[in-house]
Write a protein that binds this ligand. Structure first.
Ligand code: VTB
Length: 334
């Protein structure tokens, strides 16, 4: 990993965001995802690196591109591992709703946890609460700690939770503690990272989302110094998802064991999920979101808004890029 990679990685997510954004609001979530995948892969292919996808679109037989284990890049240069989600929040993109983005995390070889395609219970909070809140605590205990760390009353805290049946009790508990709940339909990566910045109005993310995206959130939060913990969910009665209609708890545990995960209840810290010497997170808005805008198509240009967070130079860069169309004559400043 080196600093010149940061610029290239930014361009990878920008290209993916533009490709998906061309299909925003058309109700075509699979097509929007496929377009982002293709654009991401094409731009990655131009980078001088020995890249490898460790979290991607799935296993080789089910994903034609950006499958787990796929080699990307020129084949020369540094070894880089990638966790990618080319269109995070495909439903949001398909319905032109806020919060869809193209995201990835990159690290030195072996620096990202190869999370199985399971669910993950997640806890994200600002840096001031890092190591003080703990996913093993009750929501009420964590909110009390968080209110002390942030110097805010419980009633001044907003907790983002995915709007799912599995979170009914969690949402009740948070509200009973006095804190506010902001339910979201999709997109817990953005919600997790928003906790790493003050001023977003989001103080905490709680609840269960997808495990692979947990690694991407962890990479960003590690680089920001925020709190992130994840614990794999293997019990279908807890995940409460139609995806697992035919799965059993025992079968899932056996699957984890086959993957070499024997400590199935382990709590993973951000530094374990993204353990490489250096980690980079990059996200580019497909639709507008809490952290940055979405792709804007204008007569002379396409405008993208992105965020790259990197331990290589300890920066969080918010970038607006104007992609000029040939023959452009009047490009607005903003
Ligand atoms: C999605 C998606 C989230 O988790 O909902 C997914 O929108 C899994 O949850 O952003 P369901 O199967 O219950 O929909 C995320 O992908 C990320 O963790």
């Amino acid at each position: 990993m080196n600093r010149t990679l940061i610029q290239e990685i930014l361009e990878v997510v920008e290209q993916a965001a533009i490709a998906s954004a061309e299909l925003t609001g058309l109700g075509k979530k699979d097509e929007a995802d496929a377009a982002a995948v293709e654009a991401m892969r094409r731009r990655m292919g131009q980078i001088e690196m020995q890249g490898r996808i460790v979290i991607g679109e799935g296993e080789r037989d089910e994903a034609p591109m950006l499958y787990i284990g796929e080699e990307v890049g020129s084949g020369n240069g540094p070894g880089v591992d990638f966790a990618v989600d080319p269109c995070e929040g495909t439903n949001l993109c398909a319905n032109a709703q806020r919060g869809s983005m193209a995201v990835l995390a990159a690290s030195d070889r072996g620096g990202l946890f190869n999370a199985p395609d399971f669910y993950m219970n997640k806890l994200a909070a600002p840096a001031a609460a890092k190591g003080k809140v703990d996913i093993r605590n009750s929501a009420t205990e964590n909110l009390t700690i968080l209110s002390q760390c942030l110097g805010l009353a419980l009633s001044e805290l907003t907790v983002v939770v995915m709007d799912r049946a599995r979170h009914r009790d969690l949402i009740k508990e948070i509200r009973a503690s006095g804190a506010r709940v902001q339910p979201i339909s999709d997109g817990d990566v953005q919600a997790a990272i928003a906790c790493g910045f003050s001023g977003t109005g989001s103080h905490c993310l709680m609840g269960i989302g997808a495990a692979p995206e947990g690694v991407i959130s962890a990479a960003a939060m590690r680089a920001l110094g925020g709190h992130f913990q994840g614990q794999l969910v293997y019990d279908p009665a807890i995940a409460q998802t139609s995806e697992w209609a035919d799965y059993t708890r025992e079968g899932n545990i056996a699957r984890l064991n086959e993957m070499g995960i024997t400590d199935i209840d382990k709590v993973y810290e951000a530094e374990e999920l993204a353990s490489g010497e250096n980690v980079v997170f990059a996200g580019s808005g497909i639709t507008p979101g809490l952290l940055f805008d979405g792709v804007q198509f204008e007569s002379d240009c396409i405008r993208t808004s992105s965020l790259v967070i990197s331990t290589l130079d300890n920066t969080a860069r918010f970038t607006t890029t104007i992609h000029m169309k040939p023959g452009a004559t009047s490009i607005a400043l903003r």
